[in-house]
Design a protein around this ligand. Structure first.
Ligand SMILES: Nc1ncnc2c1ncn2[C@@H]1O[C@H](COP(=O)(O)OP(=O)(O)OP(=O)(O)O)[C@@H](O)[C@H]1O
Ligand SMILES: [Mg+2]
Length: 465
């Protein structure tokens, strides 16, 4: 239950005192957009401020999604930030992304079956983006192979871009996209195609036959020499028989296609190179091994998902930098798509969901080009009721596309070296910047009004919601 009780979603949120001693409020439904910029040097109090805002938004029944890159957004951190009167432990839903003992994951092949979300085509583009982030050295040929393999993987599951009825499994109302493929299925397709490519009747099949013949000969010699015990001998024979069966199947399938198949239609992997497929397989395998995308694919009950009305904390602090970047991209895209899908009313007066990204380096990374997820959110999520709270160490960490879209700005203390940027980006002269006490106040502009110095959430505001 909410500590202190639930408030109305529209009730204005008191953020502190002006220099004249007046109460400064965020009138949530009057803001022209729901995006907040929080800018300040390290230790100026950004995370502290964000906790105080999120705790109070939660009191209003709103959902938050916090992307946590340092372990600093737990209930205990909220209590240390003086928010203990507003949140209790069960207002939090932690999603642990961890290689070893995580309890969350995202199946990147599973897509939103809404017509506006772009169906299989967009799902494939998203997976390609994720694969490129996960392995930045992925070549263009590998990306082309991956695209074709994804198309094949969806089609094997009976899912076709051109037939949206196949995107939803109506026989399974509890999990209507449970039939969507996952990375294991993609790997199965790749292995199957690799086998066909390696032993295609184009000549390689004879090389495979020759290879197996040589191996049989060698194994016979080893067995005859008597160095193996009975068990090893049986294993070796078994292994060779298995490979024989596989080769036999491939030859049969290839012959069947050649003889009975439509002579004109070449398989989509015609002319593919095994080396390229092998290096692509390495990338997909390392994605599988990270467990970030496959945990719980067989039993979705075992993994956690975001929950409505909660402070959802996506814990990424134990991941490598590259994996953090990749996960941020995925989470931003999914949170945006979910807001689009769940939105009951377009252009709501006030958002019902907030997203927090409290780390400028990553915000910059997630807003590199106009179609990057953060730019898309900043430009379009207001109408679906999704607001963004972005913490940065200086304005240079915000993209131009983003800069236009913050109706509310909190400028916390910065070093003198940052004064030129404060002037350039916010038109705040050094004399005003000097007045900001770190960990105490901020120059605040609400709904693009002139900046005003505000003592943020002072002690006497602890229980003020
Ligand atoms: N208004 C405040 N009142 C009391 N303590 C504060 C206030 N603001 C910040 N602090 C304390 O100062 C310390 C630094 O604050 P915080 O972690 O929020 O900084 P930050 O701007 O997020 O830094 P970084 O960029 O390194 O993440 C914390 O221990 C926090 O509890
Ligand atoms: Mg911080």
């Amino acid at each position: 239950m909410h500590a202190g009780g639930r408030l109305d979603a529209f009730s204005p949120l008191s953020i502190g005192l002006s220099t004249r001693g007046a109460d400064v409020q965020l009138a949530l439904q009057q803001l022209s957009n729901p995006h907040y910029l929080v800018s300040g040097m390290s230790g100026s109090g950004k995370s502290h401020l964000i906790r105080n805002i999120i705790a109070r938004l939660n009191r209003r029944g709103l959902t938050s999604h916090i992307i946590e890159l340092h372990p600093d957004m737990s209930h205990a951190d909220f209590v240390s930030a003086g928010c203990g009167d507003h949140v209790s432990p069960d207002d939090f839903n932690y999603l642990n992304f961890d290689y070893v003992d995580g309890d969350a994951s995202v199946n990147i092949l599973q897509f939103n079956p809404n017509a506006e979300s772009g169906g299989v085509y967009m799902a494939i583009q998203d997976v390609l983006d994720v694969a490129r982030l996960f392995n930045p050295s992925l070549g263009s040929r590998q990306v082309t192979y991956l695209q074709k393999l994804l198309e094949y993987t969806y089609s094997r599951k009976g899912i076709s871009h051109n037939d949206p009825t196949t995107w939803v499994d109506h026989s399974n109302p509890r999990n209507p996209t449970g039939h969507h493929p996952n990375l294991h299925d993609l790997l199965d397709s790749l292995v199957e195609v690799r086998r066909a490519v390696a032993s295609g009747l184009g000549g390689d099949v004879f090389a495979e036959v020759e290879k197996l013949r040589r191996q049989v000969k060698k194994s016979k010699r080893t067995i005859d020499s008597g160095v193996l015990d009975e068990e090893d001998e049986a294993d070796k024979t078994d292994d060779l028989m298995k490979r024989f069966e596989v080769l036999k199947e491939t030859v049969c399938a290839t012959l069947h296609r050649e003889i009975f198949g439509d002579g004109d239609s070449e398989p989509f992997y015609q002319g593919w190179k095994t080396d390229t497929l092998d290096s692509l397989a390495d990338t997909i395998r390392s994605m599988v091994e990270s467990s970030l995308f496959t945990r719980g694919v067989d039993d979705p009950q075992l993994v956690k998902g975001p929950r409505k009305g909660k402070i959802n904390v996506y814990r990424l602090s134990n991941l490598s930098y590259v994996h953090q970047k990749t996960m941020i991209h995925i989470l931003l895209t999914r949170i945006y798509n979910a807001s689009m899908r769940m939105c009951k009313q377009l252009n709501p007066e006030t958002p019902d969901t907030y997203l927090v990204l409290d780390e400028g380096r990553y915000a910059k990374e997630a807003a590199k080009n106009p179609m990057s997820p953060l730019n898309v959110i900043m430009g379009g999520s207001r109408k679906f009721g999704l607001g963004a709270i972005i913490g940065v160490q200086g304005p240079e960490q915000i993209s131009n596309d983003m800069a236009q879209n913050f109706a509310t700005k909190f400028i916390l203390a910065c070093a003198e070296a940052g004064y030129a940027d404060a002037k350039k980006y916010f038109n705040l002269p050094p004399a005003r910047m000097k007045k900001i006490t770190p960990k105490k106040d901020a120059l605040v502009s609400i709904n693009s009004d002139p900046f005003e110095l505000v003592r943020l959430f002072p002690r006497e505001y602890r229980s003020v919601a």
